[in-house]
Structure formats: structure tokens, C-alpha cells
Design a protein around this ligand. Structure first.
Ligand code: NAD
Length: 587
């Protein structure tokens, strides 16, 4: 990991010394990260590293934590005092320009206090809040749900807030930290939230931070809940909502929020409470998106997708503001899939071996008003796929949907199929799909916002045939791969579908390689096959519709065409029948 230089100094706020850490260049926009309980500024280290290449990044230990002073009086932890600390730090590190605030947990609660203060909100350019609603907003939310209809939401939040009662018992929580909690805290949180080990977190001051930080709760929660104030802000707010948060329900974090803000984005992420530990890169990305936009860049596609309130929300189609990658989109099913997602509002990226064919699909998409990009890619070539994934992510962002469609046919006897034939078909039909899943799946998982992967298999996956051993084997592997990674990718909110079409009228009939025959015989076999498929006349556009529906309905396995559905049914009802059918030699 590249280590960015960190300058540490102290500022004084109301007689309390606060330890401030500064990274990046002072001329760049300033991002001020405020930590929660029982953390210190160290919780931000990985996020700050990531942001520091582009921004001036500042963290500090809030009063009571880390290297900062630890006043003993409860009154020293009132929200107004904490908000004044934020302003003091902001004034020290960015005296002439407003700062972009990011708050987690109690850090976010403090930031809300600062950004909803009419006197000082102009000091803040934007606010990204994670798992820490304004106490006044939370109280208003609860008051509004003190009825039969609101009861379930209240109970759900109540079950997450059990610890608040313990915090109110004088001396209880400090005793816990002094006895067993300091040792068990990190291993427990890591296990429960699936967090990696990171240097420096939690800080060595954890016992003291936990014991003293309890005053945050005791000074603010009960009083704030009793009589909520109307707290609005003109500062643009992005809410990062960890859907697996054990302490703050997504409903509490987001419902009713639009009434308190002028501009609002809500970004759901697949993580628990400590998002900054789970995926610093993903969080840094979300923060960067908002900061860049507020600093004058056009709203990114991701931000547009998450926008709740602000500028006009255009008439949204199903896949508006989604980025869809389709491999093999120069022809047949891939081309129709690209066109279908384009019609539904998506931005489309085409990966195609035949550059002209890929460009043609992109041109047709553009003619229909879709933003489209074509890349020449060989899905079977790892380096080509790695370069492609890198460029897509850098130029257009992490895709929301990836359709691994590119594939080829090989037909004929197994004993006529050479090792080179096998290598080629495995490289394209199986490893091409593997590369797509791995490269884009990893980026989707890191981004934390989920996504969708569609792998185009075939009815051949469950229809054994003496004429299609190589093709069927690769397609059965793609089906199995899809079901296996579907189980794993679920953890990241990434859906996976395997599409299994039957006979679809596309140019694959004539491009299929027929083994064990002369060139003339191969041409003839291709023409025969084409005629058969033409008679069947199932258009690729219908497979494209099935792919779109699979994504919408999150369907894991989708046989398309009546013969595919029949084969799937029979393969379960009578595998012996399917084996007999496999003996038929189609000429
Ligand atoms: P197609 O030949 O019309 O389209 C395939 C596209 O993939 C072509 O544009 C081709 O240039 C591209 N391609 C091939 N190798 C590539 C590579 N290495 N890198 C990048 N692009 C590459 O065929 P289709 O019928 O539309 O097939 C699409 C997918 O559907 C394939 O995976 C195929 O196995 C599967 N499928 C087709 C049928 C059918 O009956 N047509 C049935 C079941 C499954």
C-alpha cells in the first residue's frame, strides 16, 4: 500500500486540544472525516489514503478519543460543543473555502448538528453521512411512528438500539471496557461484519475511548429524543446506507429525510455498520462522486441513479443510469441484448472480437439515443479482458450489469475433436465467462452496491448429445459456474443468471466449426443447420427480452424456447431418456 505523508498537529476548541491529521495538498478541495464511537481518526486511515491522491484530507480525534483531550463533564459532549469542534478544525485546515464533511456513526450525528446550524452551514460544501442520523431527525421519525402503522418500524429499530439503555447506566459501560470488552471488541466486530484485519484499527486507546465516549450518548440521546428541533440544511447530503447495519435501520437512516434537505442522494451499500473498514475504496469512491459534483463536475451516472431530490429527475426508464456490458454484442443474441438494454435507458458497453461488428451495434444504439461504447476484445485472452475491464471501470465506472454472451460452436464426433479445438472452445465459452465474472464481479463487490451478472449458457448444458460434446461440456460448466458463484456473490448483493436458449436463429449456425469433415462438407453442414434454425425461426430479440426479464426478476436459471424448457424438464424427470436422446446423430 502506498503510504501518504501525514502531518499531525493540535488545534484548541473551547479549551480542549484536538489531534488533527492532514494528508494531500492544501490547494485541493478539503474533505473532513469525522469518526464515531468507539473509534478514533484511525478508522479512516485507509479511506483517507485513497482520497489523498486527489483531495486535501483531514481527520481528527473527536474530544474524548485517541490523542485528543478527554473532558470529564457530560456537558462537554453536548452536540453544540461537538459541532463547534468541527467548525474549529474546518477553520484551521481550510480557512477560506468550505469543507466537504463525511461522518460515520456519532461522527455523522455531530456533522448533522453542524450542517443544520443556519449560522454556519455555509462552511460546508457537502455532507456524506454514514450510519448516524441527526438526533432531531431520528426523534421526529420516531414521534411520527407512534401509531399502529408505524409500530413494526419502531420495533425493528428498537431491537437495534438495545445498547442505548445500557449507555445510560452510570459507570456500567466504562466498567465493561475496563474488564472484557477491550479484548473482545475487534475480533467480535470483525467476525460479525466480515471485516479484514487492518493496521491501526482499533486504536490502542480503545479502552479509554470506549469508557469516555459513552458521555456522547449520556449528554445527547435522552434530551434530544424528548423534544426534537426542526433541523434543515441547504448543504447537499449523500446518505450511505449500509443495508446490513445492526444498529441503524435503513428506514431510520432514509425515511422522511427529504423534508430536511434541499439536495439528497441515497446510496445503499452491501455492508454492515463499519463500511470504512469493509471497503475503504468503495466508500472513497462514493465520497469522491459527491465532492467532484459539488466542485463543478457533472453528476456521475452513479449519483444520478441515487438522486432523491434536487435537480429535475428525468423520466426514468427501468435501466436509466445503469451501465451494461455485453460481450459478443456484434451479432445475434448479444447484439439484441445490447439494443434491448439501450432502449430501456441503459448506457451500453460492447466487447466484441470483430471490431466492425461491435462498432455497428454501438452506432445503432447511438442512433436510438443511447450512450454506447465499443471495444475490440477477445474474451478468451486474459490480458485483453483485464485491459478491457480496467478501461471500462476507469472511463465509465463499475458496470451494474454484465452479460457474458460471447461464444462459439463446435460440432461433430468427440473422437474427431482435437486438443486445439477443445482449448479454443474452453477458452472462449468457459474461460471468457470466467474472466468476465471475475474481473467485473470483483469490482462490483468492492463498490458494495451490488450488481448483476448474466451468463449465456445453452439448453445444451442439460441436453447431452453425441454431436456436441465439447459445446455441451462448456455450456454445462457455465451453468454450474453460474449457480456456484450465485451462492457466493449473494453476499455482495450481486445476482447471477444463467440463460439457456434452445435453437435461436443467429449467424452462429454458419460460424460453428464442424470437426472431422472437409471444408466443403463443413460449409454444407453449416448451411443445413442454418436452414433448420431458420425454419425454427426463434429470433434473438426474444432471448434478449428473456435476459432483461431475468435481471428484473433475479431469476437464477432461465431456459428460453419451448425446446429448452422441455429439455430442462426431461433432464430432471428422466435423465435416462436424455441419454437415449443423446445417441441420435443429427446430420
Ligand atoms: P453469434 O455468432 O451470432 O454471436 C456471437 C458473437 O460473439 C459474435 O459477434 C462473435 O464475433 C463474438 N465472439 C466470438 N468469439 C469471441 C471472442 N473470443 N471475444 C469476443 N467476442 C467473440 O452467436 P449467438 O447465437 O448470438 O450466440 C451468443 C451466445 O449464445 C453464445 O454463447 C452461444 O453459445 C449462445 N447460444 C446460442 C444459441 C443459438 O441457437 N444461437 C443457443 C444457445 C446458446
Amino acid at each position: 500500500m502506498i503510504r501518504v505523508a501525514v502531518a499531525t498537529f493540535f488545534v484548541e476548541s473551547g479549551g480542549v486540544k484536538l489531534a488533527v491529521h492532514e494528508r494531500g495538498h492544501r490547494d485541493a478541495p478539503t474533505i473532513l472525516l469525522v469518526h464515531g464511537y468507539p473509534d478514533t481518526s484511525a478508522t479512516w486511515d485507509a479511506v483517507a489514503e485513497e482520497l489523498a491522491s486527489r483531495f486535501h484530507v483531514v481527520t481528527y480525534d473527536v474530544r474524548g478519543a485517541g490523542e485528543s483531550d478527554r473532558p470529564r463533564r457530560k456537558a462537554a459532549y453536548k452536540l453544540v460543543v461537538l459541532a463547534a469542534d468541527i467548525r474549529t478544525v474546518a477553520d484551521a485546515v481550510s480557512p477560506h473555502a468550505p469543507v466537504h464533511l463525511v461522518g460515520h456513526d456519532w461522527g455523522s450525528v455531530q456533522c448533522w448538528e453542524a450542517v443544520t446550524d443556519p449560522e454556519t452551514q455555509s462552511r460546508f460544501a457537502s455532507f456524506t453521512t454514514i450510519s448516524g442520523p441527526a438526533i432531531d431527525h431520528a426523534a421526529a421519525w420516531m414521534h411520527a411512528r407512534r401509531n399502529l402503522k408505524g409500530l413494526p418500524a419502531l420495533l425493528r429499530q428498537g431491537m437495534r438500539s438495545w445498547y442505548l439503555a445500557l449507555m445510560q447506566i452510570p459507570g456500567f459501560v466504562p466498567l465493561m471496557w475496563r474488564t472484557w470488552m477491550t479484548k473482545t471488541f475487534a475480533p467480535t466486530i470483525r467476525r460479525v461484519e466480515g471485516l479484514p484485519e487492518r493496521d491501526g484499527w482499533p486504536a490502542p486507546t480503545l479502552a479509554k475511548d470506549g469508557a469516555r465516549g459513552v458521555l456522547l450518548y449520556r449528554a445527547n440521546v435522552l434530551s434530544g429524543m424528548r423534544s426534537p428541533r426542526e433541523r434543515r440544511t441547504t448543504v447537499p447530503v449523500q446518505v450511505v446506507v449500509p443495508t446490513g447495519d445492526r444498529y441503524i435501520s435503513p428506514k431510520l437512516a432514509t425515511s422522511d429525510l427529504a423534508q430536511w434537505t434541499d439536495r439528497l442522494w441515497v446510496r445503499r451499500v452491501n455492508a454492515g455498520h463499519w463500511v470504512q473498514q469493509k471497503s475503504p475504496d468503495g466508500l472513497a469512491h462514493a465520497i469522491t462522486d459527491l465532492v467532484r459534483h459539488v466542485e463543478g463536475e457533472p453528476e456521475s451516472r452513479a449519483l444520478r441513479r441515487h438522486r432523491i431530490k434536487g435537480a429535475e429527475v428525468a423520466d426514468r426508464k427501468d435501466f436509466t443510469n445503469q451501465l451494461v456490458v455485453v460481450t459478443g454484442a456484434g451479432s445475434g443474441i448479444g447484439r439484441e441484448t445490447a439494443l434491448a438494454f439501450g432502449r430501456l435507458g441503459a448506457e451500453v458497453v460492447i466487447a466484441e472480437l470483430k471490431a466492425d461488428a461491435g462498432e455497428q451495434t454501438a452506432a445503432d444504439l447511438r442512433a436510438g439515443g443511447t450512450t454506447a461504447h465499443a471495444y475490440q476484445v477477445d474474451v478468451s485472452d486474459l490480458a485483453s479482458m483485464e485491459e478491457f475491464a480496467k478501461r471500462v471501470i476507469a472511463d465509465h465506472g463499475v458496470p451494474d450489469i454484465v452479460v457474458n454472451n460471447a461464444g462459439i460452436g463446435i460440432a461433430g464426433r468427440f473422437l474427431d475433436t482435437t486438443a486445439a479445438d477443445w482449448q479454443r472452445i474452453v477458452d472462449i465459452n468457459l474461460l471468457g465467462v470466467v474472466h468476465g465474472c471475475r474481473l467485473f464481479g470483483a469490482a462490483m463487490a468492492e463498490r458494495l452496491e451490488g450488481g448483476y451478472i448474466v451468463n449465456v449458457a445453452s439448453a445444451a448444458a442439460f441436453t447431452p448429445s453425441r454431436m456436441l460434446s465439447a459445446y455441451s461440456a462448456t455450456k454445462a460448466a457455465v451453468l454450474s459456474l453460474s449457480e456456484s458463484i450465485g451462492a457466493e456473490f449473494r453476499d455482495y448483493g450481486i445476482g447471477v443468471s444463467a440463460i439457456c436458449p434452445g435453437l435461436v436463429n443467429t449467424p452462429i449456425t454458419t460460424s460453428t466449426h464442424y470437426v472431422g469433415v472437409s471444408a466443403d462438407e463443413e460449409r454444407e453442414a453449416g448451411l443445413k443447420m442454418r436452414k433448420r434454425y431458420e425454419r425454427r425461426n426463434y429470433p434473438p430479440s426474444k432471448v434478449a427480452d428473456a435476459i432483461v426479464k431475468a435481471v428484473r426478476d433475479r431469476k437464477p436459471v432461465v431456459p428460453v424456447t419451448i425446446e429448452a424448457r422441455g429439455a430442462r424438464f426431461m433432464s430432471r424427470l428422466s435423465p435416462a431418456f436424455m441419454r437415449r436422446l443423446a445417441r441420435v446423430e443429427v446430420k
